[in-house]
Each structure stands twice: as structure tokens, then as C-alpha cells.
Write a protein that binds this ligand. Sequence first.
Ligand SMILES: [Zn+2]
Length: 514
Amino acid sequence: MPETLASRRSFKATEIAPEHRVEADAALEILLDTALEPIVDMVLTARDGAYEALSHDGSVRFSRDESGSFKVVSTTGINPLAEQTTDHLVGLDAEHADLHPHRSSNSYPHAYLMTAQLFDSPASPDLCVIHSASHNWEDQGGHLGEHGSIGIVQARAPWIIAGKGVRNLGVAPMAAKLVDVAPTLCELMGVAPHADGCHLLMQDGEVRNDVLDLSGGRPKHVVGFLFDGTNSNVLYDMAARGEAPNVARLIEMGTAFGHGAMSALPTITLANHTSILTGAFPGHHGILNNAWYDRRQNKQVITNSPATWPTAMENLNTGAETLFEAVRRTWANAFTASIDEPCDNGADFSTFHFFRRGEVPPIPKSPEGLPFVTERFVRPSKDYAWASVVDHMGAEQAVGVWTGHYRDESYPLPRFMWVNFTLTDAAMHEGGPHSEMAAASVRDSDARLGAVLEAIENRGVFDDCAFTLVADHGMEESDRTCNGDWDVTLRAHGINARDEAYSFLYFGVPTTTK
Ligand SMILES: [Zn+2]
């Protein structure tokens, strides 16, 4: 299967160390047993010169050759990664008809590539547990929406690209990968390529020339919006029904990947924010998950928490270049802005600069009275309230920068701006992607998007802008009755595994209690 990386670098898989093989085998036996089948979709690992995906009813071993292509070495029973189509469960009707798809009716886009890139990291786990589509982490506050798996609904993010230099195809029957976003924006802007022809230093994704038309010139300004955790089918449906008019406006001005842009394993927030902004996979850029264990330094690394966002990029591998850095490398005087985005290396204006400098702007105590807030969800939901405040402040910064002034500072017009909104993730987790709360979060975020678009129009540069809107992963409705934690079962069997971020199992390191 020709799934090669743009920059043609070669990587070596990190395999389970020989001294941990016996324990890993014992853990696999328990994880793949009938008792855990409802919550464990499959387990991924690398050993004996190949990658493996093992499930209750079958397994596959596959290898990567010099050119980066994948070859199946052997299978037992049903190959759990056999189905990799990107057009599965497209549209709300299809998603509702199979709300918690079992392996046998699910699809795992680019699964060989997604597995291999994870084990390219020296900090990769010994075993990566993929939870089932039904599985609900009841101990995480009773959330209904889930992600993390490479099953298609959890992996599928929306991706819209619009404006100057972009083809106008509307919602098109096409798929992409999130690592394609940064290279495509680089080509759209005219970022200078490196010697290997790639626009970014550590580039796994490719330029999607099929959505670009540069015959009328390139945009002077590019603005990206990230609606964290937004289910692609839900967003496109709401845009089509007039419930998200600003999103619909972007689609009318450009192209939406109707089959989505696939998030990388693990389909988790900071790993994929960083993939979107660097064009590299998590196993290559080094932000491997929201949390993981670094064997080389004997320590737990946590990147995605309010306490660690400002410094999360200290864990980025040297050589991973962000869009902000690529713009600066090409145009020394270009001004770039990163709004509420932890992956902000090289940005001139960044929300997290304020945190690092100890100059956090005054944070409203409550979202009540702020614009674009659906009040009926603010009182019952702490997460909805907090994310509404955060996104309000984000929109305020973005609008401020476009007007030229924010907090007593003046700013030039941004060459590139990235705006991260979090409310959609909070609401789609809590209520599930198909809930009223999720729809409200899309409406609120759409209104904030509209405020930023209006500020750009008021500066008179709208026609010289291109826009993109993307999410970092999908969101799948879990089954509230399908609970459980494999960690508990493993412990009950005397297996000492360290489970990081509810999926990365490490052996032979200090274990942790959750
Ligand atoms: Zn996320």
C-alpha cells in the first residue's frame, strides 16, 4: 500500500523491549479476552520487525519497506484493519444508522500508516489500546461523546478551505488527512519550500493542489479556525440547514472535504493540533498525546492541561516547523498571530505569551451577559460556561488584532492568524455530538467566527484573504451502558502496566493510579 510520507524520511519502529515481552503477552491475553471485548476494539504494538493490530477475533502483522509502503506479513482470523475506506459513514443518516459501529462494520482510514507513525516515537507505548466505538468512560464525568480511536467517526474531522486562491467546489466527496492542512496552506500562501521540495521541515502531509487555484494570485492573509472536537457530519449538516451561516459562507466561498480530514493516532487534542500546524504526525513531531511516559527521561509528560498549555511546545521535536515559523522564514517582516493555540512556536502574537510573561488578561468570572453565549447550557454545565469564557476571550483577541488594537497595543495586519475555539469539544463531549448542547456550541462558535470575519471585512482586506476551518479529531456518541476500564482488569490479574491517557500501556516503568 503506497502510503508514503512527503519528506521521505525513514524511521525505525520502537519495539517492545525483550525484558517486557512476557508481561506484554500476558496483558494482551487479558485485553483480547471475551470479557473486555465490548470496550477493547483492538490493541496495536510493534515487535519482531513488524507492526501488529490484535483484536478478539483476528489480527494482522504488517511491515513498512524502504520506500515507506506497507505490506501485510500475515493475518489470523479477521484482519481488524482490512477496512480503511474514507467514505464510510458519511452524512448524519449513515452515522445514526450505525451509531456505535462494531469493528465488523467500522473503517480505519490509513490504519497502517497511523500505527507506524506512533511507534516511530521513542516514547511510544508498548501497547496502544484502541477503545471500541461503544465505550463510554463513565469515570470521566459522564461524558457521552468520545474520541481517541482511529475508527472513522472518531478520526474524521471537518476541513473547509475558502477564499482567494481556493477552488469553489462546495461540499465535495473528497477526504484528506489533517497533516495535509499545513502544507496546503503553505502552498496557498507561497511559503518557500525547503531543499527537499517540502514546505515544512518535518512534513508528512501533502499539498492538496486539487482544492487550490492560484491563477488569480495568492491571498495576502490566511486565517485558520479550529473548532475543537467537532463532528464533521454534524457541522456540515448544520451549515446546510442554515444553523451555522458563517460556516456555510466559508463553504460557499470554497471547498469542504465532505469525507473529512483524518486525524492521526491517537485522535487526541494536542497531538493533532500540532499535526495540523506542523504537517507532521504525532510520532514524528513529538507531542505524542495529551499525556505519555518518556522512558529516556523517566518521567510522565502532560501537555494538554490548563497548567501545561503555555509550555507544552517544549516537548516539540527540534526540526518540527510550525506554520508561524515557516511564514517568518519566508517573509522576515510578516506578522503572525496565534489565538488560544498551544502550538504557537514562532507566532508574534500568542495568547500563551501572555501566560508565559505573567500578563494574563482579566478573565470574566461568568459568561452571562457575554455575546454569542447560549445561556441555557451555561448554568447546568461548568464546562460549557468555562469554554464560553475562553472562546469569548479568543474572539475578542482575534477581532482586536484585525481592528489593529488589543489591550493598549497596536498590531499590523496578520499575514497568518490561527484561532482555536474549544466550546465545541466541551459540548460534544458532555452532551454527545448529536445533542442540543452540541448544536448550541456550533451556533455560538459560528457567531464568534462571524465576528472575526466581520472585523476582517471592516479592515477592507476580506477579498485578499483565504480561510480554513478544521477540527483536531471527530466525536462519536458512545453507549452510556458500555463502561469499564481495562486498567482495573489488568491490575486484578496482577499485571503492572502504566496506563497513560487511557490508552498508552508501558511495562517496566513506575505504575500510576488514576
Ligand atoms: Zn480536541
